[in-house]
Ligand binder design. Structure first.
Ligand code: CAA
Ligand code: NAD
Length: 306
């Protein structure tokens, strides 16, 4: 096995050159900070935009810690390079609370809250403010990409770039073809994905794209099995890990991605497909209403130390 392949099995390391040199990521939460990290570690300049300075500071801290993990692995035979790698990557990351001041990039990726109207409003604004050549992309988990971009003029320069959590570790990127995306934009997005170390697959703008279309029914059935009392959540998690080779069981994964994200994905996919497997799950709704969203709130299906 060659060295780059071994490294990319664990982390996102660039294997390609591409036309995108500057990137803006809107939303500095779980996903946005990961996307910014892989962009910076691939040698590109990136600006993270979020609503409050505290959120941006938290994003910078988590990126620094995660860059350290990546560097330790990358330079295990040459530890003298670790500090330089982390510093140079961090130096490529700027932060801002103002979208208006942060649109001069070749690519803008949105990773904000999973709400259609808020995403549409943001894209309409970006379409007006960003330079003509700028490609706009959404990291939505489940909402229709076409619906998100319905109000913009540059429909040929718009699509989905769907990353997976944790972004620095998960090697997949789904490139979602919107109805009016140009071949040039699509190829640029594929090439950029490779440049940040991802293996890209393509999907039409269909509910859940490839991975969530398959993961959501699996996760929903696990929750229903627990709700019915068929098995404990611990045993369901152990079953899928030891019996099917999953790295995490469905309850551990839900805590990791966020129960709110889980609920949104099911809701949107139910609206789009009307399939009964995506119907609301009362126990999940109750957990979300109680603010038990998983690791990020300290409690979900399991409890976590803050
Ligand atoms: N940044 C950098 N490195 C990280 C990291 C991060 N955020 N998180 C973990 N790592 C590294 C660790 O340093 C560790 O490296 P070494 O093996 O070299 O020590 C390695 O990844 C494994 O981490 P851990 O030992 O902490 O934990 P683990 O072995 O249990 O792996 C995991 C953690 C990678 C998250 C693994 O459990 C996993 O793959 N889980 C499934 C995740 C998954 O399915 N994600 C997709 C969710 S669906 C989605 O994202 C789409 C959506 O729209 C909702
Ligand atoms: P998150 O809550 O961790 O982060 C969202 C961030 O966006 C927050 O920091 C919030 O302050 C910020 N924000 C909200 N509105 C904003 C605005 N108008 N301008 C600037 N910043 C704004 O959420 P997340 O888990 O990172 O998810 C972000 C997106 O990525 C969602 O669309 C989600 O569906 C998608 N996604 C999530 C996962 C996952 O596992 N969590 C995986 C793939 C895709």
């Amino acid at each position: 096995m060659n060295k780059i392949f071994v490294l990319t099995r664990k982390f996102s390391i660039s294997t390609s050159q591409n036309a995108i040199k500057t990137v803006t990521v809107i939303g500095g939460g779980l996903m946005g900070s990961g996307i910014a990290q892989v962009t910076a570690q691939a040698g590109q300049t990136v600006t993270i935009v979020d609503l409050e300075p505290e959120i941006l500071n938290k994003a910078q801290k988590s990126i620094q810690a995660n860059l350290g993990r990546v560097a330790k692995k990358l330079y295990k035979d040459d530890p003298g390079k670790i500090e330089g790698f982390v510093k140079e990557s961090l130096d490529r990351i700027k932060i801002s609370t103002k979208v208006e001041d942060s649109v001069n990039s070749d690519l803008i990726i949105e990773a904000i809250v999973e709400k259609l109207d808020i995403k549409q409003e943001l894209f309409n604004k970006l379409d007006k403010l960003a330079p003509e050549h700028t490609i706009l992309a959404t990291n939505t988990s489940s909402i229709s990409v076409n619906a998100i971009g319905s109000g913009i003029k540059r429909k040929d320069k718009f699509g989905g770039l769907h990353f997976f959590n944790p972004v620095p570790v998960m090697r997949l990127l789904e490139v979602i073809k919107s109805d009016h995306i140009s071949e040039d934009t699509y190829q640029t997005m594929m090439e950029w994905g490779k440049s940040v170390g991802k293996t890209c697959i393509t999907c039409k703008d269909t509910p859940g794209f490839v991975v969530n279309r398959l993961l959501a029914p699996y996760s929903a059935e696990a929750l229903r099995m627990y709700e019915r009392g068929d098995a404990t959540k611990e045993d369901i998690d152990i079953g899928l890990k030891l019996g099917a080779g999953f790295p995490m069981g469905p309850f551990e994964l839900a805590d990791y991605t966020g129960l709110d994200t889980n609920k949104f994905v099911l809701q949107v996919m139910h609206e789009m497909t009307k399939h009964p497997v995506f119907e609301p799950i009362p126990l999940l709704d109750k957990m979300v209403a109680e603010g038990k969203l998983g690791i990020k709130t300290g409690e979900g299906w399991y409890k976590y130390k803050k």
